[in-house]
Structures are given as structure tokens and as C-alpha cells.
Design a protein. Structure first.
Length: 141
């Protein structure tokens, strides 16, 4: 057996193992939450990141910047549809600043996994001046 053939076989096996694990990758893009004119001074910023689902374990790694005041909390929310506010179900770790990181690793229920795959899960970062939400980042394929 040639070394070229063995190398290709090993690569194929590695790819098959990754697929067998059921690892799925998602993208996150943070934008300001929907706002009215009164909120323009308190709601701003942007960011991006990734989420990886392996079995029922979700890992989130993201960054944000440009917020008018320091982040206070970050939570995962479940919505009835993409772009619609929903209820919080999981706290995340977030840098307490106007820029930083947000993330965490935790187990999801089958219902939460289904909502994630449908694009109905998002991260909401709240801040000192906007406790009802400053940025949101939809977790999408």
C-alpha cells in the first residue's frame, strides 16, 4: 500500500469520525437590538463569533465591541422565530466592559437543539445603560 493511499485513507477516516460525532457549526453576528429613538444613545455595538454543537453540548466563543456602556449580562434566548424576542434560558460568561468576549459550554435539551437548528436561538448582551438588551446575536448556520 502506497503512503499516498494510506494518507488519503487516514484523512477519510478522520472526516468520517467528525461526522459521526455530529458536530455542527454555527455563526453569530451581533447587532444592536431593535430600538426606538429614545434608545439611540444607549444601544450600539457589534461583534461576531461561532457556536459548535457536538452531540447535545453547545460551545459559544464570540467577541463584541463598541457598546456605549459596560456589559452586565449575556444570556441565550429562545424565540418563536428568527428576529423575534424570546425568553432567556441560559446564562453565558461575558466581559464586564464596552468590549470583550462572551461564551460558555453547556448541555442543551432536545427541544433547545431543535430550536437552535431552526434559527430560533440568540444571545442577548445587556449593559448598564440598556438592561433590557444592547446587542443580540442570532446563532445561524
Amino acid at each position: 500500500m502506497s503512503s499516498h493511499y494510506r494518507t488519503r485513507s487516514k484523512l477519510f477516516l478522520a472526516a468520517a469520525l467528525l461526522l459521526a460525532q455530529g458536530e455542527e457549526r454555527f455563526k453569530i453576528r451581533f447587532t444592536p437590538v431593535p430600538m426606538d429613538a429614545a434608545m439611540r444613545a444607549t444601544v450600539a455595538g457589534s461583534g461576531s463569533g461561532t457556536a459548535t454543537l457536538s452531540g447535545n453540548k453547545l460551545t459559544i466563543n464570540a467577541t463584541f465591541a463598541g457598546m456605549p456602556s459596560a456589559a452586565t449580562t449575556a444570556r441565550l434566548h429562545k424565540a418563536v422565530a428568527s428576529g423575534v424576542r424570546g425568553s432567556a434560558f441560559q446564562d453565558l460568561t461575558v466581559t464586564k466592559g464596552i468590549s470583550g468576549t462572551v461564551g460558555g459550554t453547556f448541555d442543551l435539551t432536545p427541544d433547545q437543539i431543535d430550536n437552535l437548528r431552526k434559527g430560533h436561538v440568540y444571545i442577548q448582551i445587556s449593559s448598564e445603560k440598556a438592561p433590557d438588551g444592547t446587542l443580540w446575536g442570532w446563532i445561524l448556520k
